[in-house]
Design a protein around this ligand. Structure first.
Ligand code: IVH
Length: 706
């Protein structure tokens, strides 16, 4: 051995060890924490480098190498499910050369010559960027759904999957010929409609791009961390312990594999037929699949979708290519990690270089000041990018990004453009580090940074024009008062013309005032007035959301309205009352309480009420229609954890029967209902001679009223 090769081997060993560690770390972030630190493209690069080195130096491969694993061990938070057929991953083709090599390997494996290549049929599908799932149907009924986990054992997410509206709970019978094959024509003689006894389906759960955007907006509203991309949002939503949260997330599914176990129904013979069977069974299938012949036709399919995919409402990160004939699958077999008869063609990450013209600042409705990069327009992943997020002051410092720099922009998860790095070789010699502003760019108030928060805020809540305008835009927005015909542009016009300064001013607008605005037609003005008027009777949860309290988005507003169905009760809630609600933490409780202490807020609420905006839910009225009012006149306090229902559900049950549910025990309390770990309310009830009910007694009381 020459000293040169010794050095090479040493260097390779070191790099393999290093890469194994780094790749394992990123796999953990991605699969277990649903929170990757690097983009998929960066991960793929590291992973492919490790694979290449391991192939070149097989003796150096670590027994625990991350290239030997699929996914990650299932979390112990869910019941574990052993997959009947292991869930493998796919090997990647990073360009047309890799595709050609794959085809050569297939031909060799099948003992075919190159000119027979044109005859091979390939099924091409868009590779949906979500997370794979295995679904089991018994006699047509959906009985179990699991994540991939480590490929052998996954997590039972059946309840969460049941909340997905596009996923049928029951399959549609399919037309089957007498010989068990799938029939072309359901009405032909001898064709019968059947559902398979046992059906295992594989597919991908994903979050549509539009749903991802709405979700992140509401996370932002509630001051919660946003998701980096739709894939992470889908994973985070599917792996929720509480299916009710999953249900709110608008997840969707595409299926792409089917295994039939039924003596009267044959397994499909081609992949195209599998997809047709899935569709006939009523399962969602991505519609843009195709069967093509030979590698160059595959390449043409990939090229066609490189741009077109950006127009879809789901994210795709490549094309999955499978041999269409299923009989060839068993002939070629699998490696430990992936099938030899399929491959994922990955699109390169969408990056572009451009100039940073300026850094501007936006002041949000809660006063958070966020930097925005103003870019020289550049084409990227199907759109022209002119602005990119810079997140916060820390991010600017980390990147050391300066006005005039040449920067690399990338669409994070192909959606939100962000600045990835600076090209230092193109930096001007006299460039200066960026100075973060210390005063509000809108109202010149000294900015503050509170505690651990990364956000810098303008504390001039009522004086800062930007905050005011943002709050007004929030008031009319879809999740808040949902005033159609009064959009962001019109709100800006109102503000510019001094017609609206605070939400109550919307309800004082007249047709004359609107008609005086430039470019305002009679029809639009009438529509705006009508819809503003119509918004007065929105459910109370929307009013709470519309007020724009920090940390309160739609979910929190729903929770608050459930517990306090009127402004009067919500306004009077103490910090401890609020913190007693399951799902409301101490910081949020404090913020809500402080919000209602502000004179401007109280003045606004009173004014809104005077103008006829409804400040309560007529829970009692709704309930009276439904159930006999056997608990009318009774006041309940529920404390501790009940076994069969959540506190909010118990309170709803009381209200639905005409009773009242309050949060503290007083002499007016009729019953205290006590669950596990009740706390101090029991002693108070005993002191005041308030009858105490355990859960069984409480349920009996409810039943009597049914
Ligand atoms: S077939 C044996 N088809 O991509 C594994 N996978 O990178 C067969 N994926 O684990 C997978 N769209 O989660 C297949 N049309 C499609 C797909 C698809 C997305 C995912 C799947 C897979 C991963 C591999």
């Amino acid at each position: 051995m020459t000293s040169q090769t010794v050095l090479d081997v040493d260097a390779a060993r070191q790099r393999i060890e290093e890469l194994s560690k780094v790749v394992e770390h990123h796999r953990f972030r991605y699969y277990v924490l649903d929170s990757p630190e690097v983009s998929d493209a960066v991960f793929d690069e590291l992973y492919n480098e490790l694979i290449a080195l391991e192939e070149k130096y097989p003796e150096l491969k670590l027994p625990s190498s991350p290239t030997q694993k699929v996914g990650a061990a299932p979390s112990t938070e869910f019941k574990q499910v052993k997959h009947r057929v292991p869930m493998l991953s796919l090997s990647n083709a990073m360009g047309s050369e890799d595709l050609e090599k794959w085809e050569e390997r297939i031909l060799r494996g099948l003992g075919q010559s190159a000119d027979e290549a044109n005859q091979l049929a390939y099924a091409c599908e868009l590779k949906i960027d979500g997370l794979s799932i295995a679904l089991t149907f018994k006699n047509g009924e959906f009985i179990e759904g699991a994540t991939r986990g480590d490929g052998e054992v996954g997590e039972d997410v059946t309840l969460n999957l049941k909340t997905i509206s596009v996923l049928p709970q029951k399959l549609t019978p399919i037309p089957v010929n007498a010989d068990g094959t799938l029939a072309e024509d359901a009405n032909a003689p001898g064709v019968e409609a059947r559902v398979p006894e046992l059906l295992e389906v594989r597919g991908e759960v994903y979050l549509p791009v539009s749903a991802f955007q709405t979700l992140n907006e509401s996370m932002l509203d509630a001051n919660e961390p946003t998701f980096a991309n739709p894939r992470n949002a889908a994973a985070g939503s599917l792996r929720q312990k509480n299916p009710r949260i999953t249900a709110k997330r608008r997840l969707a599914v595409f299926t792409y594999f089917v295994y039939v176990t039924d003596p009267r129904i044959k397994q499909p013979t081609t992949h195209a037929e599998s997809l047709r069977m899935l569709k006939l069974l009523g399962l969602p299938v991505e519609p843009n699949h195709d069967v093509v012949h030979g590698a160059s036709a595959v390449k043409a399919y990939c090229d066609k979708w490189a741009l077109a995919r950006h127009g879809l409402d789901y994210q795709t990160d490549g094309i999955v290519i499978k041999l269409n004939e299923r009989s060839l699958w068993s002939e070629l077999g699998n490696t430990s990690h992936s099938p030899r008869w399929a491959i994922a063609y990955k699109y390169p990450p969408e990056e572009a270089e451009t100039m940073l013209d300026a850094i501007q600042f936006e002041v949000g409705r809660t006063g958070a000041v966020t930097p925005v990069a103003i870019l020289h327009p550049v084409k990227l992943a199907g759109t022209t990018v002119k602005r990119a997020s810079l997140h916060n002051a820390d991010q600017i410092a980390r990147l050391d990004v300066r006005v005039g720099d040449t920067v690399i922009v990338r669409k994070a998860g192909d959606i939100i453009p962000e600045i990835l790095s600076v090209n230092p070789s193109k930096r001007a010699a006299d460039s200066q580090p960026f100075q973060y502003p210390t005063r509000c760019p809108i109202c010149d108030t000294q900015l503050v940074r509170e505690g651990e928060e990364v956000a810098v805020r303008c504390p001039n809540t009522y004086g800062c024009l930007s905050q005011r305008e943002r709050r007004l835009k929030h008031w009319v927005s879809r999740d808040a008062m949902d005033i159609e015909g009064v959009g962001e542009v019109l709100v800006s016009e109102f503000v510019k013309n001094d017609l609206v300064n605070k939400p109550s001013d919307f309800y004082k607008l007249t047709l004359d005032k609107l008609m005086a605005l430039p470019r305002m037609g009679l029809k639009s003005a009438e529509k705006a007035i009508k819809n503003i008027e119509g918004s007065k009777t929105r459910p109370f949860a929307r009013v709470i959301n519309a007020l724009g309290i920090r940390h309160v988005g739609t979910t929190m507003a729903d929770l608050l309205a459930e517990n306090y169905p009127s402004m009067k009760s919500l306004r009077n809630a103490s910090v401890s009352d609020l913190a007693a609600i399951e799902g409301v933490g101490p910081v949020v409780a404090e913020t809500i309480f402080q919000f209602f202490q502000e004179p401007q807020v109280n003045q606004l609420i009173d004014e809104l009420a005077q103008l006829g905006v409804r400040m309560e839910d007529d829970v009692e009225e709704l309930a009276r229609e439904a159930l006999p009012q056997t608990l009318a006149g009774k006041t309940f306090v529920i404390t501790g954890t009940l076994e069969t229902l959540e506190r909010s559900e118990a309170e709803k049950a009381v209200k639905a029967r005409g009773g009242k549910a309050t949060s503290s025990v007083s002499k007016n309390t009729s019953y205290l209902v006590v669950g596990a770990s009740p706390g101090s309310k029991v002693a108070k009830a005993q002191q005041l001679n308030v009858p105490i009910l355990d859960e069984t007694e409480f349920l009996k009381l409810l039943e009597k009223s049914d």
